[in-house]
Structure formats: structure tokens, C-alpha cells
Design a protein around this ligand. Structure first.
Ligand SMILES: Cc1ncc(COP(=O)(O)O)c(C=O)c1O
Length: 396
């Protein structure tokens, strides 16, 4: 590993040399050149497993932007957005789609549109991203109450748990249940890919027994589909709306898409404007999203293979693995071996400094868990470097 440390040092030196030499050029050149140089170099040197949101657009993806016809999308005149929304709706077998800046906003807009009356309540998993990581948006921004029920190890809400939460509004004390939310893949449960059979079952339960729609936070729905060798259309057949994120495993820099029925998307468009998410010549972003959906779906298999390789190696070397090491997609949650003598903070710091591997930590189980997320900038050799570093430090 010393070789790697040397390589990193050499790289830093050459980077600062380039920065110095470009400062001696005109200021304009410096501003133009440094960011792209440093971003490409960092990308090659560092094994960044903090999230699949860290990817940078490829030159082909950027090239797509230059070809995109543009217009004002608030006036529904951006041809690239219109084409992209149409094609994503088609891909998911839904009537309409709406382009948004982020998945958090897409989820909020979905909730605002489904919960169109005051005193609405949603049934949602305790560990879901909407519940834990979106600033309490349902309540804080939407005036929507959340009724939470726990996921099991496979990220499923039980029928009993859901029915226990259901309130049909006959009692004046109650809000009324307006929506059921799922997450696929499920981040906090370990990138679990929920199968079509479960989505169909919950769709039936919601529609037939509760008469409410189902929204899926499908920020990583393509990971779920690829892992199960099913189309997103099939997978999402019996749910009503889906949030799709373009800036995670798909590798676009910005953007999300919400799909659903025509009336739902009409309401969503209004809600997006209220949230400040009506963008103008946003075809520059949609062009990259379109490129991502066309080119970066099938390759997710590699991310899943790398995540499984990492999980297997850690388990074999005494690390704790969520779900006993069952990894469906690109997310690995793990804890240090019991005999490990270094602190969690030192593990992160030394992994970064000595091996060039970035991770996040502090997740559940009393903050003991770390998360590694594979993506398109993580190849086999980078996974090997991460494994080497983690095992060396974890067993020290
Ligand atoms: C499952 C899930 N949903 C939603 C989001 C929010 O995405 P964004 O950062 O685009 O708002 C994330 C982000 O990591 C996520 O993991």
C-alpha cells in the first residue's frame, strides 16, 4: 500500500504543479482549466464509495447537451424535456412524466399531489429515505402526517403493519390515510431490491382494501430492475407513481423524473412550481438524463458484482454485514470486526489517507455501521484496493 500512498503524493504534487502553471497563464485560462483537470484526476485516484451520487458526466454525456434543442419548460416549450418525459413515461408504462431537479423534490411533489386535502396521512416505512432523510418534508412543507411502520430485514412492510396504520376517516379524531409509500431499492435496509410480486401484492392491498394509491421512491429503481432481470414497466405495473433519480447509479449530474397518471402529473406540475422547481431551458439537464437512461442502465450489473465482491470479502474477514451479507444491488452496510482495536473515526481517516478510499459511517446499530456504495467510477481494481485497506485496518 505504500506504493499507493506514494502514487497519491505524486499525483497531488503534479496537480499542484498544473495549478501553479495555470495560475501563471491568464486568469481566464486558469478558471477554465483547473476544475476539469482536478475532477478527472481525483476520480482516477480516489476510490469514492460514499455514494453513487459522486459520479461525473462522461464526455459523451456532455456532448449530448450541445445537440439538445431548448425552450422554456415552464411554458412547456423545451423539446428535449418533452421528448425525455414522454420516453420515460413510456418506459415505465405510465401515462405521463415530469422532470424535476432532485429526488427529494420529486418525492415531496408526489406527496403533495396525492395528498390533496388537509389532514392527510401517509403510511410509510420507518427506515425510508422520505421518513429519515428529507428534512421532515411531508410535515414541514406539506402539512402531511406520517404514520410509520417498520420494515423487515428484506425491506418489506407487512400487510398487518400497514392495515394497523390505515385510518379511513370515519372517526373525527383521525387524519385520513391518503397514500402508501414504498422505497425500491431500499437504501437503509441495504440496497434491497423489492420484487414485482411484493409490489403487486401491496398495490392490490392499497387499491382493493384501502382505496388509496401507492408511491414508490424509486431513486434506484433501475438497480432494482437490473438486479432482478425485469423491466421497470413490469416491476412498477401495479403502483401509481414512481420517483426516478438520474444522478445516482445512472450517472447524470442532476435530475429526477416522476411518473404516473395524467391527472396526477397535472397536479405534480403545479406542486413543482410551488416548490420553486419550474425550470426554464432545463433541456440541458434532461439531455444528460436521456443519455444516462439510454446508455447506463445495463452496466449497473458491474456495480452489483463489485458490491457483492466487497461484501463477501468483508464477511470472510470477520466484519459484521447487514442481512448477514446478502447484497442485492450496489449498497453494502457493514460494521468493524469485534476484535478490531482502532476507533471508527480512525478507520475512516486511515482508509482515506493510506488507501485513498472514502466512506461514510455512523449509520444505525448505535452508529456502528459504515456504508459503501459502488457506481460507474468504481472498477474491479478499485474494489480490490478498498478490500485490501478495509481488511488491513479492520483487523488491526
Ligand atoms: C432512496 C433515496 N431517495 C431519495 C433520495 C434523495 O435524492 P436527491 O439527493 O436527488 O434529493 C436519496 C438520496 O440519496 C435516496 O437514497
Amino acid at each position: 500500500m505504500r506504493i499507493f500512498t506514494k502514487a497519491i503524493r505524486a499525483l497531488h504534487t503534479s496537480q499542484s504543479r498544473v495549478r501553479l502553471s495555470s495560475t501563471s497563464n491568464s486568469a481566464r485560462q486558469c478558471c477554465h482549466r483547473s476544475p476539469s483537470f482536478s475532477s478527472v484526476s481525483d476520480r482516477n485516484a480516489i476510490v469514492d464509495l460514499r455514494s453513487d451520487t459522486v459520479t461525473l458526466p462522461s464526455s459523451h454525456m456532455l456532448q449530448a447537451v450541445t445537440q439538445a434543442p431548448l425552450g422554456d419548460d415552464v411554458m412547456k416549450e423545451d423539446p428535449t424535456i418533452l421528448e425525455f418525459e414522454h420516453s420515460v413515461a413510456d418506459l415505465f408504462g405510465k401515462e405521463k412524466a415530469l422532470f424535476l431537479p432532485t429526488a427529494s423534490m420529486a418525492n415531496l411533489v408526489a406527496l403533495l399531489s396525492h395528498c390533496n386535502t388537509r389532514a392527510s396521512e401517509i403510511i410509510i416505512g420507518t427506515e425510508s429515505h422520505i421518513n429519515l432523510w428529507e428534512g421532515g418534508n411531508p410535515a414541514n412543507l406539506g402539512g402531511i402526517h406520517t404514520r410509520q411502520t417498520p420494515e423487515d430485514n428484506d425491506a418489506r412492510l407487512s400487510e398487518q403493519g400497514i392495515m394497523d396504520c390505515f385510518r379511513n376517516g370515519v372517526d373525527d379524531h383521525w387524519p385520513h390515510t391518503a397514500l402508501l409509500c414504498l422505497e425500491n431499492t431500499h437504501n437503509m435496509c441495504g440496497g434491497v431490491a423489492l420484487p414485482k410480486s411484493y409490489l403487486d401484492q401491496i398495490g392490490r392491498l392499497a387499491h382493493e382494501r384501502m382505496n388509496i394509491p401507492v408511491h414508490v421512491d424509486g431513486s434506484r429503481i433501475f438497480n432494482a430492475a437490473v438486479a432482478q432481470e425485469i423491466t421497470v414497466k413490469d416491476l412498477c405495473q401495479h403502483v401509481d407513481s414512481v420517483t426516478i433519480c438520474l444522478s445516482k447509479g445512472l450517472g447524470a449530474p442532476v435530475g429526477s423524473v416522476l411518473v404516473g397518471e395524467t391527472e396526477f402529473i397535472r397536479l405534480a406540475r403545479r406542486a413543482r412550481k410551488r416548490c420553486g422547481g419550474g425550470m426554464r431551458q432545463a433541456g440541458v439537464l434532461a439531455a444528460m438524463g436521456m443519455y444516462a437512461v439510454q446508455h447506463n442502465v445495463d452496466r449497473m450489473v458491474e456495480d452489483h458484482v463489485n458490491a457483492k465482491k466487497l461484501g463477501k470479502a468483508l464477511k470472510e474477514n470477520g466484519f459484521y454485514l447487514l442481512r448477514d451479507g446478502k447484497i442485492d444491488t450496489n449498497i453494502v452496510y457493514f460494521g468493524l470486526p469485534e476484535a478490531c482495536t482502532i476507533t471508527r473515526e480512525d478507520f475512516l481517516l486511515r482508509l482515506r489517507e493510506e488507501y485513498g478510499v472514502k466512506l461514510t459511517g455512523g449509520y444505525s446499530s448505535g452508529g456502528k455501521l459504515f456504508r459503501a456504495v459502488t457506481h460507474m467510477h468504481i472498477d474491479n481494481s478499485k474494489i480490490d484496493r478498498a478490500i485490501e485497506g478495509m481488511i488491513a485496518l479492520g483487523n488491526s
